[in-house]
Design a binder for this molecule. Structure first.
Ligand code: UT7
Length: 339
């Protein structure tokens, strides 16, 4: 009975693996200094650099929308991959700053990049969203359900961060990063190691449900991101090495096999602390895009990968260990071969 049902469902053929074929970034033009964000929170350039490693971040212009930035990054990734937009089967958008609950934003991102027949959906896992979506893309391709998948993280954190909140105002930035993933004879994306701690959901959360668009976050009781920074910091430095080691073990690799370590760019102290905990050999390049991008939530991992590739810091085909983590509390890690 079971075998008849399985045949009738036409399970697609499996393929041996998937790999990243192209990476693209969109960074808003406006560079914002620490001096600019420090005023409303009675902070200083010196404090922000010492506590977070951030020197500058980018803020979106009014017409830099989550959808538009995602499409711009995706178009660049498709060009690098040499994949035509209309060959894309699926678009996965990771974002925590798209202000509409419905409609989902991914269909508009797909349309804007020219992927007119693609299935498209939003993935909600906050700062860990990109790595969750990348794992989903790998599974879709290996199962034979999709051939080409665009995975994109896009954030307009300035819409949800209160410029007067001392715990977050200096930390976050805007931007988008995308990867095109396609089938491969050899696996180019390792198994995901992930998890969540929903009992700790209040550690990073909105202060209230969404109001009308255009209302400034934090003012008049409208929802802004609130974060218990020290608690999240302690959770991150304990969780990132653990989930990173699990992803390495699942892929049958050790730190010696890596070319790069690309954790979510939450804070330079977390980046450097977790790199030290993992005892990375000297040849492993550690992504430090946070210094000039700030924390761009779901966009930070692909943006940091793009930055390493753009300045030739890692060899093409080298292995990168990606780790996303944040609100949820959620985390996900995998090893990928760089395009
Ligand atoms: O992306 C999602 C995941 N997010 C993260 O992983 C972020 C994790 N957390 C962090 O990165 C850090 O907690 C922050 C960068 C947000 C804050 O750094 P911290 O070292 O944890 O600072 P703190 O909140 O413990 O505050 C230390 C001191 C306090 O003063 P006392 O009590 O030592 O006298 C604060 O009042 O710094 C003071 N302070 C500030 N001073 C200047 C707190 N915020 C500020 C500020 N400017 N913005």
């Amino acid at each position: 009975m079971t075998s008849v049902a399985v045949r009738a469902l036409n399970a697609p053929a499996t393929v041996p693996g998937s790999r990243v074929l192209g990476v693209g970034a969109y960074r808003p033009a406006r560079v914002v200094t620490n001096a600019e964000v420090a005023g409303p929170i009675d902070s200083s350039d010196e404090w922000i650099r010492r506590r977070s490693g951030i020197a500058t971040r980018r803020f979106a212009a009014p017409d830099d929308t989550v959808v538009g930035m995602a499409a711009a990054a995706s178009v660049k990734a498709l060009a690098q991959a040499g994949v035509a937009p209309d060959a894309v089967d699926t678009v996965l958008l990771a974002s925590m700053s798209q202000l509409e609950q419905s409609p989902p934003a991914a269909p508009r991102v797909a349309h804007r990049m020219g992927a007119r027949s693609a299935g498209a959906m939003d993935v909600g896992a906050a700062c860990a969203g990109f790595c969750h979506a990348l794992a989903t893309a790998d599974s879709l391709i290996r199962s034979g359900n999709s051939r080409y998948v665009v995975v994109v993280g896009s954030e307009r954190m300035t819409d949800i961060v209160d410029p007067a909140d001392r715990g977050t105002a200096f930390l976050f930035g805007d931007g988008a990063g995308a990867m095109v993933v396609g089938p491969a004879e050899e696996p180019g994306i390792g198994p995901v190691a992930w998890g969540s701690e929903g009992d700790r959901h209040e550690a990073i959360a909105h202060s209230a449900p969404w109001p009308a668009p255009g209302t400034r976050a934090g003012a008049t009781g409208s929802p802004a991101l609130r974060m218990n920074g020290p608690a999240v910091f302690r959770w991150a430095v304990a969780t990132v090495p653990r989930t990173a080691r699990a992803a390495l073990a699942a892929a049958g690799l050790t730190v010696a096999d890596l070319a790069a370590f690309v954790p979510h760019q939450a804070n330079l102290r977390i980046v450097d602390g977790t790199a030290t905990a993992l005892r990375l050999p000297d040849h492993v390049v550690v992504a430090r895009d946070v210094v000039h991008a700030g924390n761009t939530s779901a966009a930070s991992v692909p943006l940091a990968v793009e930055e390493l590739l753009a300045r030739g810091a890692v060899p093409r085909g080298g292995l990168a260990l990606l780790v996303g983590f944040g609100a949820g509390l959620s985390h996900a890690a995998q090893v990928v071969a760089l395009p």
